[in-house]
Design a protein around this ligand. Sequence first.
Ligand SMILES: C[S@@+](CC[C@H](N)C(=O)[O-])C[C@H]1O[C@@H](n2cnc3c(N)ncnc32)[C@H](O)[C@@H]1O
Length: 236
Amino acid sequence: MDEGIGGWVDSAQAWIEGQGESGDTSRQIILDPCLRVVLGDLTGLSVLDVGCGEGRYCRVMAGRGAAVTGVDPVPAFVERARTLHPSGTYVEAFGESLPFEDDSFDVVLSYLSLVDIPDFRAGLREMARVMKPRGRLVIATISNVSSTSDGWIKDEAGSRLHKPVDRYMEDFAMELEWSGLKILNYHRPLSAILSALFESGLVMDGFHEPLPPESSEWYANEFRVPTFQVMTFRVG
Ligand SMILES: C[S@@+](CC[C@H](N)C(=O)[O-])C[C@H]1O[C@@H](n2cnc3c(N)ncnc32)[C@H](O)[C@@H]1O
């Protein structure tokens, strides 16, 4: 594991400022509405958010009745999450080595953190391990068709021609830079992710490619190639 946790230590402040209370636009209009439906009624459930960042979605789930635990390896995120939500439980740890007993949580969530976890097989194995036997795992992640590249190929006028897909079958890290952040994101083929989960004894019971509600120029691109996917699993 690198010292800077994939660039997140140096990028933490910019991330906190960029997320605010409502998250970025993609979260607000694409992922949050899908997750609300997929997660359903959280009243009284214990929920673990792996790679919780500064805890925005933990606070959302707590507001819907869940007893939340957030885990993140970046100290500044854990400190911020504790400050903003003192009644939540926030733990500094890596997804590859979760400091919880087997069968601990009703729901385990990874909200755009799987692409940040270097050893994704260990991370997924750990998520499966800490789920209760009747628990659920929900993974919101970057679509595997979008995660091999950093954006669209454009023509001279700046119109988007297509999103490139290459090195799809490889597992590799890509450096991304935006709004004061510089981090690593990992692409893996979907088959590798699903195999790791199936080998951990989980079965898939939902797969979504969530779209925004409207069609402005920016949103229209989502109807051409989705940026996100949301997958749900149960113990088989
Ligand atoms: C894109 S942010 C998402 C944060 C939050 N889930 C959200 O949606 O706002 C990715 C998060 O993954 C965390 N992360 C990086 N390496 C990790 C690892 N090995 N295990 C768990 N989380 C990790 C980062 O610190 C960061 O908080």
